[in-house]
Design a binder for this molecule. Sequence first.
Ligand code: NDP
Ligand code: 2IT
Length: 447
Amino acid sequence: MAANTITQAIYEQVLKRNPGEVEFHQAVKEVLDCLGPVLEKHPEYVEAKILERLVEPERQLIFRVPWQDDKGNIHVNRGFRIEFNSALGPYKGGIRFHPTVYLGIIKFLGFEQVLKNSLTGLTMGGGKGGADFDPKGKTDAEVMRFCQSFMNELFRHIGPDTDIPAGDIGVGGREIGFMFGQYKRLCNEFTGVFTGKGLEWGGLLVRNEATGYGLVYIMDEALKASGKSTESMTVSISGAGNVAIYATEKVQQLGGKVVTLSDSNGFIYDPDGVNLDTVKQIKEVERKRIKEYVSIHKNAKYTEGCHGIWDVKCDIALPCATQNELDEATAKTLARNGCIAVGEGANMPCTPEAVGVFHENKVLFIPGKAANAGGVAVSGLEMAQNSQRISWTFEKTDAELKNIMVTIYKNTSQAAEVYGYPGNFVAGANIAGFIKVANAMLAQGLV
Ligand code: NDP
Ligand code: 2IT
């Protein structure tokens, strides 16, 4: 049977088996669409039904999370943990708290995580979790009660050699602290069961910065291939959370100018380059909205709504907010305005049509699996250090992060070349990530 007939049949089965999970369908399709040449070269993958097994999570957990707000009202949320694939190591991946969370989002993220973690070169399988809980507007005490209730179920499924969660949208240092504390109490053990922990209790310097820094490292490396660099570039970034803030910091350190940031209410444009101290104060300390920025920086402009952010002229665009935030029309605007490169800080922020526009217009495009892998890579280093009960310096971890991102760039670029997709980093990342997982699955038998 022709390879594309096989992948089409697998995709149809995914649609049938996972109704309504549109983000999961999208993520699977993108990968399947690249794998034809790999299946042709490796009939053993077809025979062992590696792809059919890859698209089916090893385990899916869905649970009730009841909690009480400060006024005594009771709320019921839904929690998830998808333990997707453990061929390369224990399940590893973040936890997302956002009202839009449902099974399809967590499955798309878990599926992406399997191949992303493979690309890091570390021994980590893939998983993802979350809840349809909105931490915005909640007090610290409410967030704590929610996290404790969430952990009252999750603790029995995770462990430092089984499944190691971390942060994602809506889950940062505060939430990880509350969840880790409850896990420790329930299990009576202090282990590296979470990454992204506080520095005083097993966390690793650079984890907070890792995703954003890694994104800029890989982008800079890719630009170098055509004699360019981040220096003097004008960069548009969306989001104003963990990834966006530290991508901004690294762009600025490398001499580029970041002119936009956003949150789900709207975006700021600062022609002078955003002042990161102000942003950190608003978002990390005060937990307020990004529009506060313009009351301090009078040259900057705030626009309500997120869409127009990509109308701002830039050399490099780094979407760092959420999935499908950048569509075909916006991609066309970016290309028309002379944007030369796009790197996905978020997971799947560009729609498939937008990616098509970038490829047609020869805009350098680095997909999330490769571009935002720095976060989970440093999580992998945090796990290693927790096992050894040691801690590395900032400089050592940062150098290792950079090394991993440069290696991801080389491996993706080479896989694209070898399998007939030169310059296509989507195909390169999917193929390079897949082959390692597929070989490990073959070696481990039918499990
Ligand atoms: P944060 O919660 O720290 O920040 C998320 C930012 O994106 C906020 O500014 C938020 O605005 C905005 N945002 C979230 N949802 C939406 C939405 N539906 N529409 C518009 N804006 C939105 O999360 P992170 O920075 O950690 O995560 C950002 C992206 O990066 C996600 O796709 C995540 O999966 C990905 N990622 C994160 C990693 C990490 O280590 N943290 C690693 C790799 C990828 P608001 O405050 O208004 O909600
Ligand atoms: O999407 C991601 O890679 C993350 N949210 C980070 C996962 C991790 O385990 O550090």
